[in-house]
Design a protein around this ligand. Structure first.
Ligand code: PEP
Length: 247
């Protein structure tokens, strides 16, 4: 039985007062049946860790360097994240693939760097609208995941995967539960074939998940929770999604 995981991706949003209010709202709503985490901008990691200390709400970063240390101005390494207890890190988010030209190989190297330091990578995969319309969805997500599987080798079962169709992120356009389930099933089969533990791995859906569609999405057999962008910025919405357990 896979436990639902709901992860908030704050992207480049927040301020110290807004974060305090948001986290207070999430903390006040505990307990959750699901595992819950927030991935926050680097500068807020320490304060978020302090605010969530002693609770079961986990926290993470939105990116990590593939390098362990050195002359990489502006980057943050996996040892730095691990040093003070970071649990998760997003890698391969479509915004990083698109705006920072991150290749499948770089995403895989980042996942490897994170896992090597005990930080669980949440590996994001997903097709663009053009790729979907060209019938390439399966090939694209399999290629993206395959690079990470190949690099992580026997550790691949330790990652979390997030299927995020690019056309559904921040657009208000959600994949239908059936569309999402179909891709999740493909990804699970790929994970199972590669690791033998795919049945136990969590595959999240992301892309305009809201309180009113979360339960239907999470009820799909291969959807194990969500990666939530816009709706993770309002405590009431995020809490409602965290409570949208599969029946
Ligand atoms: C995301 O940023 O990963 C995301 C899914 O965003 P949104 O929920 O706003 O579509």
């Amino acid at each position: 039985m896979r436990k639902t995981l709901v992860v908030g991706n704050w992207k480049m949003h927040g301020s110290r007062p807004a974060n305090a209010e948001l986290l207070a709202g999430v903390l006040a709503a505990r307990p959750f049946l699901a595992d819950v985490a927030v991935c926050v901008p680097f500068v807020y990691l320490t304060e978020t860790a302090a605010t969530l200390a002693g609770s079961d709400i986990r926290w993470g970063a939105q990116d990590v360097s593939a390098h362990m240390q050195g002359a990489y101005t502006g980057e943050v390494s996996a040892p730095m994240l691990a040093e003070f207890g970071c649990r998760y890190v997003l890698v391969g988010h479509s915004e990083r693939r698109a705006y920072h030209a991150e290749s499948d190989e770089l995403v895989a190297a980042k996942a490897q760097a994170a896992l090597g330091k005990g930080v669980t990578p949440i590996v994001c995969v997903g097709e663009t609208l053009a790729e979907r319309e060209a019938g390439q969805t399966e090939a694209v997500v399999k290629r993206q995941l395959s690079a990470v599987i190949h690099t992580l080798a026997h550790c691949a079962a330790e990652m979390v995967v997030a299927y995020e169709p690019v056309w559904a992120i921040g657009t208000g356009r959600t994949a239908s539960p059936e569309q999402a389930q179909a891709v999740h099933a493909v990804l699970r089969a790929q994970l199972q074939a590669a690791t033998g533990r795919g049945d136990a791995m969590r595959i999240l859906y992301g892309g305009s998940v809201k309180p009113d569609n979360a339960a239907t999405l999470f009820a799909q057999p291969d959807i194990d929770g969500g990666l939530i962008g816009g709706a993770a910025l309002k405590a009431a919405d995020f809490v409602a999604i965290c409570r949208a357990q599969a029946a």
